[in-house]
Design a protein around this ligand. Structure first.
Ligand code: ATP
Ligand code: MG
Length: 460
């Protein structure tokens, strides 16, 4: 009777948190609790605490719970005290080890509070019943190649196995509940994923529709812009053409006047006729440039290829500008390589136009007594002809070199011109796949510049 009053419980666990949780729980149910953080400490406390039940963790740092149980059961003073091992029941061998060491009960780590209290109460009652039982002979069990020697009484073994079964049932219940929870979470997540996917698909659909719409608008705008640009170029081409007809009449009649076919002119009349001719020529070249530009922009400028006598073109240019060079004491010479082919395939009018533009710039920007060299050569591989115009003029500052070939670009606007010449040259050279550029000052020179362009020769 006195023993039934003893509600002292010794808890053995090396995890302080688990220890504290269990202590707190049992104290709540009016048990007197003592705590030990390892097997050695527990053994040392046994005599003084004299517990009615020992609850021990299995895996601990100094010794395991089986060893504690074995030692308690081997000591006649503590043998009757029920030992409960608490476990996660991960290894079936634990059951046999539990039986072997004479443990009284298993308890799941996940045991509910109520179950725990019921189990302890049963143990307290059973302890008093089994006190004084005569120890059995013992028997051997072999499991997985290992032999276990069981000395527990039949009653205790059955109790122990029942408690094991209960732990397993508890764990199974928990497992089933977890599975149910998982299923619920899973179906919720599936719903969410489905909803999210629909949302994304809708977003993509909307965006795609918007992009199609914008694309259509853009295409429409681009077509409008193309039409407007074509209309502008056609308009400029027509206007230029219309301007040339009366301008040719003005020039023609001015030339007739200058030639004095219909009577001699006075001093002033001659001077003014000269002005009309000069301004008319300038206007004509401007109109020609604008016409070319509009043709290029409208994409209607094409190459008309013929056999071109390059050396002949160069000599003709020399003859045309000889007088101008003499008038300004400019040393004007031609350097044509003897390796130049007799003829090349090219657009004669455009090649002449590029050479003339470069020469007219050289004359415009080279002061009196300077030097201008027109040269032509074939490159080492025989792949292209290079034509260049080198002068000793003012040269081109570095910062202008890149935009020089853009329309209406002039370094110095004090000289006559519109800044279209080089732009047209580049467009024409590009048409036949050549290159045009400038080196300023030319290699080995102190001043001036060298403009060059290339005409590719057909491969072997
Ligand atoms: N040989 C050169 N020496 C120095 N500057 C040059 C030379 N050639 C061209 N330039 C510079 O490049 C600018 C652009 O030349 P480009 O031939 O395009 O136009 P332009 O001669 O001014 O006018 P346009 O040729 O339309 O009558 C010139 O205004 C000039 O500043
Ligand atoms: Mg020019």
């Amino acid at each position: 009777m006195e023993q039934l009053q003893n509600k002292k419980i010794l808890i053995v666990d090396d995890s302080p948190m688990q220890l504290q949780q269990l202590c707190h729980l049992l104290e709540k149910h009016n048990y007197e609790v003592a705590a030990a953080s390892g097997v050695v400490e527990a053994l040392g406390m046994m005599e003084q605490v004299s517990p009615a039940v020992v609850i021990s963790d299995i895996i601990m740092q100094d010794m395991d719970g089986f060893e504690l149980c074995r030692r308690l059961k081997a000591d006649s003073r503590y043998k009757p005290i029920p030992v409960v091992l608490y476990t996660v029941l991960a290894d079936p061998r634990d059951v046999l080890r539990g039986l072997e060491c004479g443990a009284d009960n298993f308890m799941a780590k996940s045991y509910g509070e109520e179950n725990l209290v019921v189990m302890i109460e049963q143990l307290l009652v059973r302890k008093s019943d089994s006190d004084g039982n005569i120890p059995p002979q013992g028997f051997e069990i072999t499991f997985n190649g290992e032999t276990y020697f069981i000395t527990s009484t039949t009653q205790r073994s059955i109790d122990f196995l029942l408690s094991t079964y209960e732990v397993a049932v508890q764990m199974n219940r928990k497992l089933i509940k977890t599975q149910d929870d998982l299923k619920r979470v899973n179906s919720y997540m599936e719903g969410e994923v489905h909803r999210y996917r629909r949302h994304l698909e809708k977003l993509v659909e909307d965006r795609t529709e918007q992009i199609h719409l914008l694309n259509d608008q853009l295409l429409g705008l681009a077509e409008e812009a193309r039409q407007a640009s074509r209309a502008k170029s056609e308009f400029i081409a027509n206007i230029s053409h219309e301007l040339r007809t009366p301008l040719n009449s003005i020039l023609g009649f001015a030339q007739v006047l200058e030639a004095e076919y219909y009577g001699a002119l006075g001093e002033k009349q001659k001077e003014y006729t000269g002005y009309i001719l000069e301004a008319g020529q300038h206007l004509l070249s401007l109109i020609n440039d604008i016409l070319d530009l509009s043709k290029i922009e409208a994409g209607s400028m094409e190459l008309s290829l013929v056999k071109v006598d390059i050396a002949g073109i160069l000599e003709h240019a020399m003859i045309l500008l000889k007088e101008k060079a003499t008038a300004h004491s400019i040393h004007f010479r031609l350097e044509a390589s003897p390796l130049l082919p007799d003829t090349i395939e090219g657009d004669e009018r455009k090649i002449k136009q590029v050479i003339f533009n470069l020469l007219s710039n050289a004359f415009k920007f080279t002061p009196d007594n300077g030097e201008i060299v027109l040269s032509a050569s074939v490159d080492n591989t025989g792949g292209q002809v290079e034509i260049s115009v080198t002068d000793t003029g003012m040269g081109i500052p570095e910062q202008y070199r890149e935009k020089l070939f853009s329309p209406f670009t002039q370094v110095d606007s004090s000289k006559a011109g519109t800044g279209l010449g080089l732009h047209l040259c580049k467009k024409m050279v590009n048409l036949w796949g050549g290159k045009i550029d400038v080196v300023s000052p030319p290699e080995g020179a102190a001043r001036g510049c060298r403009f060059y362009f290339t005409i590719p020769l057909p491969g072997e």
